[in-house]
Ligand binder design. Structure first.
Ligand SMILES: *Cc1c(COP(=O)(O)O)cnc(C)c1O
Length: 397
């Protein structure tokens, strides 16, 4: 049984704050500061360059990949950390496209995170030669998976609404028409159980700084199905993805399996922070995290809908088709969120009108959900958001 009181005690949560934005940036694991300090002082400081061997820095991306892999149902040895999610999206897409010669279409949806679409657009421009990105409404994805599609590029959970695609079903459809399936797990990893192996996903990517709590700028992960591991050719063919980086050959030869998806020098300090976060994740059972997430999101929706009739639920009502966040729409969403943040409830705002609340059972429970709903009710009932200072847009929303 996951002991959620114990996991909560392992995070630093600032006094007087209810943090409902762990879907965007997870909070600080208490052990991370000491873990990073150890890497800086005892490893970097004392070992200098010998840390790559002595402290095991070179293996860290794959060692942590194995631990992240457990949360997303990946086979052993199929996940590696590195770079940012946007880069990993590009890498997975480029490899998948190359594995399906003769087809030119990447299929995605308008609910996807723009960076994924931008990266796909950049890739098809570079490839030229008739390659194209086709974007349809989320509800239209399944019907548009046909014999023209080379690769589907779908984010399982919509960052704005929390709407969840059926990964197994869409992957089966893609395979039935001869397409490959690339999944983005940015809002899935650590949010709900994922079964990459069971769904037969071809490639998957995701980030570590959201639900996984690796801190700002934490590196991304990439998964390649075992059946493709020795076939997929990395488009970003950096030296650390080479079969023998320290042979310094002039010709590129891809490394074994998932190692080939590495590009350059891994961010060791950030990986040290992720290691501290994974020590907490190792205590968690994803099915139990999911059950608690559903109970908490249901509770939050019920309370907000009762107390705040002017807010419209933007997330699916059926928890089975929802990730681990709750979103509401309101034309003054930005100002409402600023008023909430000033009162210690941190969620975020996504244009044009979405108030977003992440529900993360490792450190959020009934007390936080009830407290946040009560403060939101106060802000709405008394129009406390209707102040000029709440309407000035900051650079990051
Ligand atoms: C958060 C997020 C990103 C961000 O990409 P970075 O390169 O890490 O900044 C990309 N795609 C999706 C679907 C996301 O949710």
């Amino acid at each position: 049984m996951t002991d959620f009181a114990a996991t909560k005690a392992m995070f630093h949560l600032p006094e007087g704050v209810i943090y409902l934005d762990g879907n965007s940036l997870g909070p600080l694991p208490k052990a991370a500061a000491a873990r990073v300090a150890r890497t800086i002082e005892a490893e970097w400081g004392e070992m200098l360059i010998t840390g790559w061997n002595k402290a095991g820095w070179m293996d860290l991306p794959a060692r942590l990949g194995a631990r992240v892999g457990r949360l997303i149902g990946a086979e052993p040895g199929t996940v590696v950390l590195g770079d940012t999610l946007s880069i990993k999206v590009y890498q997975a897409l480029a490899s998948a496209l190359e594995m399906n010669p003769g087809r030119k279409v990447i299929l995605s949806d308008t609910g996807n995170f723009p960076s994924d679409l931008y990266m796909a657009d950049g890739l098809v421009r570079t490839l030229g030669n008739g390659y194209a990105l086709k974007t349809v409404a989320p509800e239209e994805v399944e019907a548009n998976i046909d014999e023209t599609v080379a690769v589907t590029m779908i984010t399982e959970v919509d960052y704005r609404t929390g709407r969840k695609h059926d990964m197994k079903r869409l992957t089966e459809k893609a395979h039935a028409v001869g397409a490959l399936a690339v999944w983005d797990l940015a809002h899935s990893a650590g949010a709900l159980p994922v079964d990459l192996a069971g769904c037969k996903a071809d490639f998957a990517v995701g980030c570590s700084y959201k639900y996984l709590n690796a801190g700002p700028g934490g590196p991304a992960f990439i998964y390649v199905a075992p059946r493709h591991a020795e076939v997929a050719r990395p488009a970003l063919s950096g030296w650390l993805g080479h079969e023998a980086p320290f042979a310094f050959d002039l010709a590129y030869r891809p490394g074994r399996g998932i190692e080939r998806m590495r590009v350059g020098t891994p961010p060791i300090l950030q990986l040290a922070a992720l290691e501290a976060a994974m020590d907490i994740w190792d205590l968690a059972d994803m099915a139990e995290v999911r059950a608690r997430s559903i109970a908490l999101t249901e509770r939050f929706i019920a309370r907000v809908e009762t107390a705040c009739p002017s807010l419209t639920l933007a997330s699916p009502r059926d928890p089975a088709t929802r990730g681990s966040q709750v979103s509401f729409r309101h034309p003054e969403g930005y100002a409402i969120m600023q008023a909430l943040i000033e009162r210690g409830v941190i969620g975020d705002f996504r244009a044009p009108d979405i108030l977003r609340f992440g529900v993360t059972p490792l450190y959020i429970g009934e007390a936080e959900v009830d407290g946040a709903a009560a403060i939101l009710a106060e802000v709405m009932t008394n129009a406390l958001w209707d102040q000029p200072q709440y309407k000035v847009r900051a650079r990051v929303t």
